[in-house]
Design a protein. Structure first.
Length: 428
């Protein structure tokens, strides 16, 4: 309010000054008396027109000065104490995203795909070219797509640690908040902080050509297609946050030391503007782990369970059809977290049987439990217990006697994996 009054006062003073100068220009002062010129009607009309143009120009200039004043006030953070505290809070939140990458390429589970290898090679060549004083191009952004548990975050931390990059990990759900404008303001403040840290990191002699990784996990939470957001204050806030994110990603000169990496398991939900070249140049797809990768993960996790010593040798025992338990896990597209589920469950089954080591049957049951957990009946919300499955199978054998053997086995396997109850089977 005070600022509005101040500008009004300044505007009035300027108008009065212009009017006085104009009157003096229209009046000739002699030594004896004042002689006023006779002014024609055309000259008066021209004078009024000049006055109107001058006043309009002065008014627009005054408004522009006031707008510049407000913008400068925000840039210099000379606002209220509450504004300064909020900006400082954004920076403190951004500082918490800093990570120390301790993984390298050797820590990855088994062989990696060609697209993943290209990321390592491109970034290594970019660093070498910059250190040699040559011009080099690199991807501005990388989008990692894959099912949960396929190692997207693991992979990002690995190539950051392999090249000695500065690493920031941000969860997209932390960017979106319930307060209007808070998400966009946080994106702007956090990216300014990332740029400062990246420039500081790159200016050190030993870090020449080394980038700063800004990794945003589950990016579909903030980069959803704007046409699917609907209407309302929540969708408007999310849309404003996405717009600010797109603007920050376009600042290539400011982001010359930053590489953006995004991870999602819902690529179809992302906004097309987010995926265009120049923002997410490279898309890398992560497939479910291979048998060798599952074995390596099980070898790493088995020592953590008392009764799973020698789990690999037990699980590799061949069945009648020539496959082993790892083949079953591959067929069901198990990801790395499910290896831990299998080992933990087998350890529980061995403890119930009062055995010092888990047997082949325990691992088999644990895999069946993990299959039910992975593809369980969503209507129920929890997997079936072993005893209930036995009852279901007994009911199946009674009502499916007229089916051929192979069809009966197929029906049993399907109903078993979805965790059906006796009542469901009888009703069907």
């Amino acid at each position: 309010m005070r600022i509005n009054k101040l500008f009004t006062l300044i505007l009035g003073v300027l108008f009065s000054t212009i009017h006085c100068y104009d009157m003096r220009a229209r009046t000739h002062i002699t030594n004896e008396e004042h002689v006023t010129e006779k002014v024609s009607i055309d000259e008066l009309q021209q004078l009024v027109k000049d006055h109107s143009l001058l006043m309009n120009s002065l008014y627009r200039t005054t408004l522009q000065l006031r707008e510049d004043f407000y913008n400068q006030k925000m840039v210099l953070s000379n606002g209220t104490k509450q504004d300064r505290e909020k900006q400082q809070g954004y920076v403190e939140r951004a500082k918490l995203t800093k990570r120390d990458p301790k993984l390298t390429k050797a820590n990855l589970m088994g062989p990696i795909s060609d697209d993943q290898q290209d990321i390592f090679d491109d970034l290594q060549e970019y660093t070498e070219d910059i250190q040699a004083g040559r011009h080099a191009e690199r991807p501005r952004g990388i989008l990692l797509v894959g099912s949960p548990g396929t190692g997207k975050s693991y992979f990002t931390e690995a190539f950051a640690g392999e090249n000695g990059y500065l690493f920031f990990k941000q969860d997209a759900s932390d960017i979106n908040t319930g307060f209007a404008g808070d998400g966009a303001a946080y994106v702007k403040a956090s990216f300014n902080y990332y740029r400062q840290e990246a420039d500081k990191h790159a200016t050190q002699p030993k870090n020449e050509g080394k980038l700063t990784i800004v990794f945003i996990d589950e990016v579909d939470a903030v980069a959803r297609c704007r046409g699917d957001m609907g209407e309302g204050s929540a969708s408007t806030n999310t849309r404003a946050t996405l717009n600010q994110l797109l603007v920050e990603m376009d600042e290539y000169e400011k982001n010359k030391n930053i590489l953006f990496v995004f991870a999602t398991n819902r690529e179809g939900d992302l906004d097309p503007a987010f995926k265009r070249p120049g923002r997410a140049d490279r898309t890398v797809y992560f497939k479910p782990p291979t048998k060798e990768q599952l074995i390596k993960k099980a070898t790493e996790l088995a020592p953590g369970y008392r009764r799973c010593d020698g789990a690999i040798q037990v699980m590799e025992k061949k069945q009648k059809n020539g496959s082993d338990l790892f083949d079953i896990m591959v067929n069901h597209k198990f990801t790395f977290p499910y290896v831990k589920v299998v080992l933990a469950r087998a350890n529980c089954y061995a403890r119930r049987a009062k055995l010092s080591k888990a047997q082949w049957e325990h691992y088999k049951e644990a895999i069946e439990y993990a299959v039910i957990k992975k593809t369980g009946d969503e209507r129920r919300g929890y997997p079936r217990e072993r005893s209930e499955l036995v009852q279901d199978l007994a009911v199946i054998s009674q009502i499916k006697n007229n089916l051929p053997t192979e069809d009966e086995k197929t029906a049993i396997a399907h109903l078993k994996t979805i965790g059906c109850t006796n009542s469901f089977l009888i009703n069907e």
